[in-house]
Design a binder for this molecule. Sequence first.
Ligand SMILES: [Zn+2]
Length: 116
Amino acid sequence: MRTPSASNPLLHWDPAAADPAQRRIHPILRGAVLDRDGWICEYCGGEATEVDHVDPRARGGATTPANLVAVCRSCNKAKGFRTPGEWRRDEALERLLARSRGRRARRRPRAAPSRS
Ligand SMILES: [Zn+2]
């Protein structure tokens, strides 16, 4: 993995900084990413107001333009510390389980199988 160089302070992110502001994406970089993506959420197409690390920074994702996308607040919260692939996988699993639960609820327990 490439370590972000210190060439541009906008790309610098210090997870150990005492000041929380230094742990966030630089406002100028954040604005540039939102402009680049047209303030459209990468994940749902809604209005983006935040910037997300595609590879979560908690797991080593770099604060670089290539790893940042514009997202809406709800997608950013829902995604959390997952990669988009892991997020989609978990969502698909949750949808499957919800459908399964819904079918079981509609069916009377212990009823004889009756397929018409
Ligand atoms: Zn969204």
